[in-house]
Design a protein around this ligand. Structure first.
Ligand code: PLP
Ligand code: COI
Length: 354
């Protein structure tokens, strides 16, 4: 009997997943979808969420009448899990993502997993894919992508009565390649609008992203890796980039646009707190297009892009502002990523064990 127990322990031990044991070329993975071991899938039926399950094949059966497909009832989130030097894996601020999804669900009349379920689903996904977590020191992270959508059928315009919540995970490196993580990129102001003043730009609705595909591709073809949006009403204020918030540094001030049409970025909120901690003032205020050239530094911030310095901003193919150096935003990048990678204390208790 004792031998049996020992054997069982050995088998369980051998089956335990080890961080990074997939052995990918971690420094070169970029920001691409890779199928991992599994995703987790929860269903909301008859007014309640089930216990969810791990699904190996990367497919979900979808009702052809699902409101997600017809009327865009679909929200997503993005957060990262990091391997730390003490051999743990931790998620960065998952409750903040849970609450943002909840606000989006309220706006679009969707049932939403409560924050505890959201966070435990993320942790479960990470634990089930530990071998895909880029190891400590590799510079990568496991990107966690929660997805909530209306899965019940409707033909008249109404919210669904059934919802699916899935969490996928894929290992990622840098969004804009480059290698250093802080390589400055050229930005282009696009001739399109992202979000209406009283629209849904402030929630992470899937439908906010499709209209940006074409302008964003046009920017890339013209040699600008990143696109910047102005306010839709007057086109005289800066709002945000395609996939990230706008931040500027001027003297000892951290400035970010105050607008209802912008997605409240968790990275931006974190950087503001870190900026204040090091003695800068941080301020949300309208940012005028005609003051861009006065800023000392501009950067893009978000989960995927972390803190990406902006080298210049162009409008109609003319450079209207240039930012040759980025000392403050680079320092903030280092402070944030040191906390995330467990290399610095976590003064705001942002990291959650999985
Ligand atoms: N703005 C947009 C439009 C985004 O898609 C994202 C990415 O999530 C962000 C900003 C950054 O938000 P966060 O820092 O929470 O990832
Ligand atoms: C993220 O930064 O997590 C995002 O969701 C941006 C995404 C469009 C790549």
């Amino acid at each position: 009997r004792a031998n049996m127990l020992l054997l069982l322990l050995l088998v369980v031990g051998a089956a335990a997943l080890e961080v990074g044991s997939q052995g990918l070329e971690w420094a070169k993975i970029g920001f691409e979808y890779r199928t991992t071991r599994c995703f987790v899938h929860y269903e909301y039926r008859d007014g309640a969420w089930n216990d969810g399950r791990e699904v190996k094949e990367p497919y979900l059966p979808v009702h052809v009448g699902a409101t997600a497909l017809h009327y865009g009832q679909s929200l997503f989130e993005g957060l990262k899990a990091f391997a730390t030097p003490d051999n743990k894996v931790k998620l960065f601020r998952p409750y903040a993502n849970a609450h943002r999804m909840q606000r989006g669900a309220e706006r679009t009349l969707m049932a939403c997993p409560p924050p505890e379920l959201f966070v435990s689903a993320c942790a479960r996904t990470v634990r089930a894919n530990l071998d895909y977590v880029p190891p400590y020191g590799s510079g990568g992270a496991l990107y966690v992508r929660p997805l909530l959508f209306g899965s019940g059928p409707r033909i008249g315009l109404q919210p669904a009565d059934a919802y699916d919540f899935a969490v996928i995970a894929t290992p990622v490196g840098e969004y804009y390649g480059g290698g250093g993580g802080v390589e400055p990129v050229r930005a282009r102001i696009v001739d399109a609008d992202r979000a209406a003043p009283r629209g849904v730009g402030n929630v992470k609705l899937a439908g906010n992203y499709a209209p940006d595909l074409q302008p964003n591709l046009a920017s890339k073809k013209l040699g600008y890796p990143i696109s910047l949006y102005l306010d839709a009403k007057s086109r005289t204020y800066v709002e945000e980039f395609s996939t990230s918030n706008f931040l500027a540094i001027k003297d000892a001030e951290y400035i970010t646009p105050d607008s209802n049409a912008v997605l409240p970025s968790i990275t931006n909120d974190s950087l503001m707190k870190l900026a204040e901690k090091k003695g800068l003032t941080s301020r949300r205020r309208p940012v005028r297009l005609d003051e861009l050239a006065d800023f000392d530094e501009v950067a893009a911030c978000g989960t995927a892009v972390v803190v990406t310095p902006i080298a210049s901003i162009s409008l109609d193919d003319r450079v209207i502002a240039e930012f040759p150096t980025h000392p403050v935003s680079t320092a903030l990048f280092t402070e944030l990523t040191d906390i995330q990678r467990g290399e610095a204390p976590d003064p705001f208790s942002w990291m959650e064990d999985v």
